[in-house]
Design a protein around this ligand. Sequence first.
Ligand SMILES: Nc1nc2c(c(=O)[nH]1)N[C@H]1C(S)=C(S)[C@@H](COP(=O)(O)OP(=O)(O)OC[C@H]3O[C@@H](n4cnc5c(N)ncnc54)[C@H](O)[C@@H]3O)O[C@H]1N2
Ligand code: MOO
Length: 404
Amino acid sequence: MRSVADHRAAVAALFPDRRTVSVPVPDALGAVTATEVTAPIGLPGFDNSAMDGYAVRATEVAGATATAPVRLAVAEDIPAGRTDHLVLAPGTAHRIMTGAPLPDGADAIVPVEYTDAATDIVTIADAVETGRHIRRAGSDIEAGERALSAGTRLGAPQLGLLAALGLADVEVFHRPRVIVLSTGSELVAPGNALAYGQIYESNGPMLAAAAVEAGADARHVHFVPDDPSGFLARLDEISGDADLIITSGGVSAGAFEVVKEALTTTGGVEFVKVAMQPGMPQGAGHIRSTAGRDVPIVTLPGNPVSALVSFEVFLRAPLRAAMGLPPERERITVPVAADIRSPRGKRQFLRGVLGTGPDGPTVDPIGPPSSHHLRYLAAADALIDVPVDTESVIAGTRVEVIVL
Ligand SMILES: Nc1nc2c(c(=O)[nH]1)N[C@H]1C(S)=C(S)[C@@H](COP(=O)(O)OP(=O)(O)OC[C@H]3O[C@@H](n4cnc5c(N)ncnc54)[C@H](O)[C@@H]3O)O[C@H]1N2
Ligand code: MOO
């Protein structure tokens, strides 16, 4: 049997080197910058008002109080969006709105609340110091400064900054397009009635969600029955648009193992047993489309827990690395709250729940080890990584845990 580490290396080797692409900023959510982004303009781009009010010379309103207000003629209205350069003549004020350009000569803004809001002669009942409520050009970022470092994951605020800088496109690492194809003649799409012996297809949406959660551009397509020629035809259809295909099911030892049967005939995919539980039967390689495209393919076992644990163990890290993202899952070593039995010769990834004991964090194994117990997988927030040569772990022993 192949070790987990060796199969991990085989899967990682399928991923091509990171590729840089330029994408429109609105489409870049979740991507990682491939290069540093330098501000092409300063922000703000011009001195402007931080308040709705009146642009003044601070010295001219220095003595203003409620009982001894200052009156100034309102010479201009400056709403945001005015693009002409204005000059504030001595002894006047300009009515100005938030974000509007500051007229030359003005050095402070009196908020409208401290005035009578007049449009001809404004009565100002409070003094303001020089510079008050003015947003200076370049006070957020200067043109030529670093706006984002290379390797930044683009979330909403980063996209906002890029847009504010007037950048239409951004250089990012290509996010692999992942397509998930489930196989199984027993499968029925959720929302339809089940006949006896049928089950709802859950691996497609689950694995696509796992890939999206990892950062990839992933989707699942409608499953196919256990028919090798139909399976190969579907693979060919989806291979034009995928950087990675993940299949589920049809890779173990019985009859009607559609994935193994079809891809053993075409070649290019190696089927192996990996010394782990769940997730023993695995396959990895490339398929060649009729259009001549070689697409990496990873064939996961059909048992739902096996499929998702296999994704965690083999696919999550290389997928993230391909997009410039760190592996992200934290590994901790904590005492286990109950005894564990583990199969000889297999590295076990057991579902667990993190908790707190009298001496700090602990992990509690939940559910049986067999790989159809989706319910316990859904309740777990950790995978307990039991080494291949360990057959039993006594409660209280420290174990390595992958925090989900
Ligand atoms: N004689 C042997 N039998 C099995 C072995 C073995 O070594 N010798 N390995 C077992 C192990 S371990 C696993 S894991 C499974 C893997 O089998 P396959 O990858 O061939 O998967 P299937 O047989 O197609 O399905 C297994 C199981 O999972 C259900 N399933 C499949 N696809 C989906 C889906 N998309 N959504 C929900 N559930 C799915 C399927 O109905 C089966 O119950 O083989 C063992 N057998
Ligand atoms: O390897 Mo299977 O994944 O144990 O059920």
